[in-house]
Ligand binder design. Sequence first.
Ligand code: SF4
Length: 500
Amino acid sequence: MGERIAFKEMAAFRPVTPGYALMPFRFARLPGRQEVLLTNEVGEFAFVADADLRALVAGTLDRGAPAYDELASRHFLAEGNPGAVTRMLAAKYRTRKSALRGGPALHLFVTSLRCDHSCAYCQVSRQSPDKSRYDMSPATARAAVDRMFEVASPALTVEFQGGEPLLAFDRIRQVTDLVLERNQAEKRDVSFVVTSTLHQLDAGMLAFFRQHGFKLSTSLDGPAWLHDANRPTPGRDGHARTLAGIALAREWLGDAQVAALTTLTRRSLDHPEAIVDHYVENSFRSVFLRPLSPYGFAVRAERRIGYGTADFLAFYRRAFAHILRLNREGTRIDEAYAAILLTHILSPFPTGYVDLRSPAGAGLGVLVYNYDGSVYASDEGRMLAEMGDTTFRLGSVHQPWQELAGSDAMATILGAGVAEALPGCADCAFLPYCGADPVHALATQGDPVGHRPTSAHCAKHTGIFQMLFDYLADGDPGTMRTFLSWVTHQDRDSLAGGAC
Ligand code: SF4
């Protein structure tokens, strides 16, 4: 956790002077900054001088001090009886955690593990002509739809994953038809996403996707030389075919329905500007700069394609500065992960993003129905299972949701997935915007609780939060306008799709 010093003010609610009561907060000293960052449980933040922080805690902050009004308006202190402020904070807290209501809203259907790519970082795909071995059966698909509707969430996102899910397009069609039929009575707010290489797209599929308002999410790793090196195909034409798929999908579905993500290998790290520029050249308004995941083939290829968190952060800062430069010059493009984190920081509402939540999104925000009938708490949980660790397998698609929700796997998630209760996170000033990831902790550190000082998940988030708060503290008007536009104009649903 580097130079950060975090401390939860345990004197919460105790009136320290006749004038004000101290409300709960955490603080951090960011490297290279004089001011101290204060955050509270509902995500409000303030930068104050060290002397003001000390006076605040001692109960001697003068009512006339410039920091006083700001700290009062952001609920770091309450004048008089703190009861009303506590109730207001409670209402805001309920809103921030409202994604928990109704249970999982994102449902991943792994219709096939088959794929003709051989990406070095792929977690799961199989190159096999044997459909019966790696495709979801019609009976499994039917049972998975039943499970999904047992969950109470009023909004349901159905995402088709693989391998390459389009290789089992019949199953996509079957699941979609079953969901729509069932939804005539259920009346949920249903949306559909396919995560695909887009290489198999044809007019029949596109007409079906258009009819049902599908979004498509694909992988575009950068210029051809980089994309084709990261994502080899038998014809060595993966990049050209991906761009052709994107063009076709946009033509049929519209630009807003097609999103792309990049996965960063070691060879990507020297080229942040080229990757961002490639997205701009191909008319994307968003680029998601995703580091490698510690699962599947990526682990086996670690020595060849892997890198440390410090290298990723150096890349990320350079790419981010380039993105801000482009925005200043009039090109609208965001970095999708930063836009999610900024939404956590600048907005009182939760995002639909399930990979950074507390309680963790695994099992509580997302369920995965695997091709073989297993149900997992998250996509990463099924990838871990492909590596032989089934800790996050909730059970079978033929068991009722109530039983799956009561599984040992869910108990593990609930025990290790509340960041507010995790050592290190509990005292961290970035906690209101961050999340617990018990699957990552188990995969990388051998237990689901994990150890923050040596956690790559924590190092990555600490680094990105420090960068974002540095920009926020500087307060450059152009940068602030760009950040606000990302927060207010982002269609977070488009992030439901992953990378294939
Ligand atoms: S994982 Fe997130 S909340 Fe936990 S200590 Fe690290 S940055 Fe803070």
